[in-house]
Design a protein around this ligand. Sequence first.
Ligand code: NAG
Ligand code: NAG
Ligand code: NAG
Length: 173
Amino acid sequence: MGDLARKGIVGLMIIVVVMIGMDGAECKLHKVGARGWIPNYNYTEWLNQRDEHFYVGDWLYFVFDKHYFNVLEVNKTSYDSCNDQGFINNITRGGRDVVQLTEPRPYYFLSSGGYCWGGMKVAIYVEQIPPTPAPSPTPAKSGSSLSSTTTTLMKTILSTAFYVALVWSSFFN
Ligand SMILES: *[C@@H]1O[C@H](CO)[C@@H](O)[C@H](O)[C@H]1NC(C)=O
Ligand SMILES: *[C@@H]1O[C@H](CO)[C@@H](O)[C@H](O)[C@H]1NC(C)=O
Ligand SMILES: *[C@@H]1O[C@H](CO)[C@@H](O)[C@H](O)[C@H]1NC(C)=O
């Protein structure tokens, strides 16, 4: 079997595994700020206007110019006083950087270089994943029962595709 075909099968298997793994707990990626991570912007106000929820497992996405700004996780004291010394975690990489929120607690981020004073800081309150609502006692509407049937069907197709890919690749190896 050609190298390309083998790569294709491995790729398909990875996609299927990822799709099955994503079922249930979906982790959201939250871009920070309407225009990214910039100075002279009030991120508290931005959050207040959005009513956005952050759950354990979600990711934050900071987009910024790394030549001027950075993203440091700090404690509350340092957040309040814009202290960039002794930070907890340096998120800065290339300027399009992500960090996962792994615990239900407040997370505090700021940029050093004096920009924190102009508002370049954000406090994110991370909540535990809410319990999935219990099945409603009233009969489900046809729309929702259809979508759950579709999801089950999708999962069956994906598992079958995964199995076929597995058998196929071992057969040709
Ligand atoms: C940002 O907005 C919040 C809420 O409106 C306000 O309490 C806070 O003082 C503002 N921060 C700055 C640096 O202006
Ligand atoms: C917060 O971090 C600063 C800088 O590392 C440190 O001096 C301070 O003691 C910390 N505060 C708390 C409450 O942990
Ligand atoms: C944070 O990490 C980046 C990339 O590794 C590095 O260039 C930068 O100097 C670090 N910033 C601080 C304040 O340590």
